[in-house]
Design a protein around this ligand. Structure first.
Ligand SMILES: [Fe+2]
Ligand SMILES: [Fe+2]
Length: 177
C-alpha cells in the first residue's frame, strides 16, 4: 500500500479508540467502577498500535524523509507534531498509572487530555502534512517508506500481536460504542 494511504488508514482505528476512551471516561464520571482489564487493553492498544507502530512510522521514517527536502513550512508542522507525540506519551503514562492506582479522576483527566490532543493532531496530518508529503516525496522515496513500514510491522509489532490488537479494539468497540 502507498505509505501515505497506509498512515491515513491507520488513523481510523486510532480515532475509534479515542471514541471508546471518551465513552469509558463518561461512564467513570457517572460513578461506574473502573474496569481494569478493559482500560489496560485500551492503553496497550494506544501504546503498541498508535504509538510504537503508527507514530514510529511517522517519526522514524516519514518525518526524516520529508526533512531531507528542507521545506520550511513542512519542517514547522513536523516539529509541532513530534512535540504532540511527546505530550501524548505523558498522558498515556498517566492513564496507565491511574489504572494501577485505581484513580478514576486521574484517568478521566488524562484520557480527556489525550483525546483533545490527538483528534486535532490526526486532522492536521490528514489535511495538511500528508497531502504535502504526497507532493514533495519522490515515487522512489515513497517506495522506500513502504518497505520501511513493512519492516516496522514485522519487527516492532509482529504479526500475531497485530491480530491481537485488532481483536482488542473490536471487543471494546462492541462493548462501549
Ligand atoms: Fe502523528
Ligand atoms: Fe498519524
Amino acid at each position: 500500500m502507498n505509505p501515505i494511504e497506509e498512515l491515513t488508514k491507520e488513523h481510523g482505528p486510532v480515532k475509534l479508540m479515542l471514541r471508546i476512551l471518551e465513552k469509558a471516561s463518561d461512564q467513570l464520571e457517572a460513578g461506574q467502577e473502573m474496569n481494569v482489564s478493559d482500560l489496560e487493553n485500551a492503553v496497550a492498544f494506544i501504546r503498541e498500535f498508535a504509538d510504537k507502530c503508527h507514530h514510529g512510522k511517522e517519526e522514524r521514517l516519514l518525518f526524516p524523509a520529508m526533512e531531507e527536502n528542507n521545506i520550511a513550512e513542512e519542517m514547522a508542522i513536523i516539529d509541532a507534531l513530534i512535540e504532540e507525540h511527546k505530550i501524548g506519551r505523558n498522558f498515556v503514562k498517566n492513564m496507565s498509572e491511574a489504572i494501577a492506582e485505581k484513580d478514576s479522576s486521574k484517568f478521566i483527566k488524562n484520557a480527556r487530555g489525550y483525546i483533545a490532543l490527538l483528534n486535532p493532531h490526526i486532522d492536521k496530518e490528514n489535511q495538511k502534512l500528508f497531502p504535502m508529503a504526497g507532493k514533495s516525496l519522490s515515487e522512489e522515496k515513497q517506495k522506500e517508506l513502504e518497505l520501511g513500514f513493512e519492516d516496522i510491522e514485522k519487527n516492532v509489532i509482529g504479526e500475531g500481536r497485530h491480530e491481537e490488537l485488532h481483536a482488542i479494539i473490536h471487543k471494546l468497540k462492541d462493548k462501549y460504542l
